[in-house]
Each structure stands twice: as structure tokens, then as C-alpha cells.
Design a protein around this ligand. Sequence first.
Ligand code: COA
Length: 258
Amino acid sequence: MPETILVEREGRVAILTINRPDKMNALNDQVRNDMLEILGQIETDASVGVAVITGAGEKAFIAGADIGEFAGRTPFDQRHAMRSPRIFDVMASFPKPVIAMINGFCLGGGCELAMSCDIRIASDKARFGQPEINLGLIPGGGGTQRLPRLVGTGQAMRLILSGDMIPAAEAQSIGLVEMVVPAEELRAKTLELANKIAAKSPLTLKVAKEALRASERLSIEDGISYERDLFCLCFSSADKEEGVKAFLEKRPAQWTGR
Ligand code: COA
């Protein structure tokens, strides 16, 4: 396992900790490559139901892309660094739920990575922002597209054009995070939700996530039609038979993921 990312297991939950606390867990090429490698491993590991992404130390989730790598880079170098597959897209389309456990500064590429996750849970000490404008840049990890989808165009304009940082409570009030909890409860509350989700049928979770992600690109008519197809597809699964049978027999379902 690479040292830039620590991997822990708790039941069916894999916790991935970006481990560059002295650099505020900034995303460099190494971290991005290692993250892709680990995501590839947990994608095929049937014992993992949910992934949680967090940052090492108490100060930062991720303070953005590693600014040190930008100095002197040509557009060609940068294009190569941003080649597919990109962690943001891999995470958004990952077949298992991914939760961002946001323990501190969540800036730039860090905020974009959090937005690529399915659910964001933040410590009350976390701070959010897209400060690229202060570097003569714009967000490059999907921020101009994912932020307005989460918080609306006006709030996204405010954050991206000003580069301002906002506290966790405000991030929640505009819809950038789903839950804010006291810092000392962050891990417990995140794992509580992660374990709850990981206990569901992995097959059905995958289909639910696919339907929800489709809502980001399809018209309402096409999305509802797609949902109907996926709903009916669930009728081919052993888990649908089991879920319905277990309800009728008043017992907990035993999922097999088939
Ligand atoms: N890239 C590279 N290094 C970073 C970094 C980043 N995005 N964010 C922080 N660091 C480094 C600092 O350079 C410093 O390294 P050093 O000790 O070797 O000098 C270390 O992390 C600690 O950061 P520091 O700035 O001293 O901490 P702070 O508490 O005063 O401020 C931040 C924290 C997050 C507000 C500040 O570091 C910051 O503004 N970071 C850049 C955020 C940003 O613009 N992100 C978008 C990038 S596109």
C-alpha cells in the first residue's frame, strides 16, 4: 500500500486517509495516482461496501492541488497531469458509495474531490472554498460544474469569483455539505452512516447511485424514463426477491449482492 494514502478497514467500510499533513494533504501527482490505484483495488473487493475519504491530521481535509507543482508548468505538462482517468470522475462514477469525511480545510481540488463524493459530512471546524482565483486560475477539477449543481449558480459565482472561505455551518446552509457534526464526533458519525449504507445490498446501492448520477446529466423526462428502466431491472435480482420476501416474512433481509 502506498504511504501517501492510508487504508483502514472497519467492517465493510474502507477508510482512505490522504497522508500529507505537513502539506495540508495537498493533491500532488503521487497522491492522485495512488488514489486511483487504491480505488481500483476496492472496486473489485467484494468485502468493501462503502469508501470514506478523509485527510490526515487535524487541520486539513485537502487544501487543494499541490501549488508547488504548478510553477513553471506548460499547458502541455498540465494537460498530461490532468489526463483521464481523473480521481474526480472516478469517484463520482465509482460503483460503491463514497463519503467525504471533512476534517478541516476543504479547498480547491479538495472541495472538488468532496463534491465528487456521494455524501459530505463535515466537522464544525472545517472551512470550504475555491480559492483558485487568487492564483490566477479557475477550478479545474469540476468545480465550475459541480458547485453550481449543489449550491446554485449564484452561490457558486460568489465562492469561485471571490475565492472566499466559508465555515462548515454556512457550507451546510447552502447545500455544499449534508451534515455538520462536532469535530470529536466526526469519525463516529461518519462510520455510523457508512456502516448503515454498507449493510444494504451492494447491487441495489450501485443501481441507486447510477440513477442519482444520471439526474445530473439527463432531462427530467429522460431521467424518469431511465429510473423506470433501472427499477424494472432490479426485478431481475435475487436481492429484490429476498428483500420483498423478508419484508413479508417480517425478518431482516440477507443480501447476496446478486
Ligand atoms: N499546495 C501545496 N502546499 C500547500 C497547499 C497547497 N494547496 N496548502 C498548504 N500547503 C502547505 C504550505 O505551503 C505549508 O508548507 P510549508 O510548511 O512547507 O511552508 C504547509 O502546507 C502549511 O500551510 P500554511 O499555509 O503554513 O498553513 P496555514 O494554517 O497558515 O494556512 C491554508 C492554511 C490552507 C489557508 C493555506 O495553506 C492555503 O491557503 N493553502 C492554499 C489553498 C489553495 O489555494 N488551494 C487551491 C489550490 S489550486
